[in-house]
Design a protein around this ligand. Sequence first.
Ligand code: MG
Length: 235
Amino acid sequence: MASKISTIGFDADDTLWHNERFFRLTQDRFAELLSDYTNSDHLADRLLAAEKRNIGRYGYGIKGFTLSMIETAIEVTEERVPARVIQELIAAGQDMLAHPIELLPHAQATVEAVADTHRVVLITKGDLLDQERKLAQSGLGDLFDGVEIVSEKTPEVYVDIFARHGDGATQGMMIGNSMRSDVVPMIEAGGWGIYVPHGLVWEIEHAAEPTGARRYREIADLGGVAELLEQIEHA
Ligand SMILES: [Mg+2]
């Protein structure tokens, strides 16, 4: 049965542009800087635990990640980490905040095409300033009818956003690389959840695939959006 979609939400990090790979590179640098103090497997676990602990305090993004690296460095060295290493960790975080964005394949053409036919909204977590910077740098900013930088992506958040930018979540579609943040809560909100795997996924963003859900789809990359819309709206 055909279903009319009025508003399409796009996730930003690792959906429109690369993100996780810069976190991985910085994590490697972190391990290198602390290699004299601890082994790296253990270190990765400790860092992840700190990130999880701190999400409720700092939210998602590079600033919180940097603070978590510093906290972990102090912990694993039993407060012996030299100030020089802390300085390098701060510099590594600042490098991430200055890193030029790299659009993913089909991102620009897809958002351009969809913006002609639907309302489009960028929906992302992360640091406000950093996400604004990346959006400005992406050149895609003018294509979006709305930009929502939120602290968490829950069903309630999607209900609210799609009500304000269209005809509600039931006539909305969310496209993103995180099963836990982009797909599952959007389906719970009554909308379409479209999974576009990126390959690198932050451990915190994993969730079980909602295989039985009628409004769940997976596409290999953003080049599949046009055909998907055709199927859903003109079936
Ligand atoms: Mg993402």
